[in-house]
Design a protein around this ligand. Structure first.
Ligand code: IMP
Length: 198
């Protein structure tokens, strides 16, 4: 089965193909399409945004299409930045700026109240119908960035049960326990069942 991944990012396509190498599934990117529309992620929920992205590309490609939306939810900020995580420091701001903004928003939050979670929502459109898969990982936000791997808020997020940030733990460990890994695991189960039925 070929699945269109609603991204032009070659790294993400490669990563998905590696994760599904034990199955008869090939992910292709939006660079394979004649038309690549700009999708504005203006939904109020991760589900809205993932659905909008997946449906937009499904209507062009007419093959199974997968999209993701994700964010960081800080308990002491009542779930912010959440669905606005990518724009916390304004449209297109670099990761370091986003981290700086988050730490500034949390400067008065004491250590014991710095809990947070990452959420990832995948939307797969199959035969015109959407299916959702969600993953989350709980942890806490440090006072200073540390570590070099990953992206976004990885340098300030310590997952539960660990002492170091995602950016210090490295990609391999992150890919085992992250919100995205957990959502992908559920998608994999779903597709395994589908493929054995067809
Ligand atoms: P979007 O899913 O492209 O809308 O982006 C969500 C935003 O949430 C990213 O720009 C990051 O700031 C943050 N984010 C989501 N997942 C992760 C992660 O695995 N590590 C660090 N930051 C993340």
């Amino acid at each position: 089965m070929k699945i269109l991944l609603a991204t032009g990012n070659k790294g993400k396509i490669k990563e998905m193909n590696a994760l599904f190498s034990d199955m008869d599934i090939e992910f292709i990117g939006t660079d394979t399409l004649k038309e690549t529309p700009e999708v504005v992620e203006d939904g109020k929920t991760y589900h809205d945004n993932a659905l909008k992205k997946a449906m937009t590309f499904y209507k062009i490609a007419l093959i199974p299409t997968l999209a993701e939306d994700s964010g960081l939810e800080v308990d002491a900020l009542h779930g912010a930045p959440g669905v606005y995580s990518a724009r916390i420091a304004g449209e297109g701001a670099p990761d370091a700026e986003k981290v700086r903004k988050l730490l500034e928003m949390m400067k008065d939050v004491p250590d014991e109240r710095r809990t947070a979670r990452f959420v990832s929502v995948l939307c797969l459109v199959l035969d015109g119908k959407p299916y959702f898969f969600e993953g989350q990982v709980r942890g806490h936000i440090t006072r200073r960035p540390s570590g070099r791997s990953g992206f976004g808020f990885d340098p300030v997020f310590v997952p539960e049960g660990y002492k170091r940030t995602f950016a210090s733990l490295g990609q391999k460990t992150k890919n085992r326990i992250s919100h995205r890994a957990r959502a992908i695991e559920k998608l994999k189960e779903f597709l395994k069942e589908r493929l054995t039925r067809s």
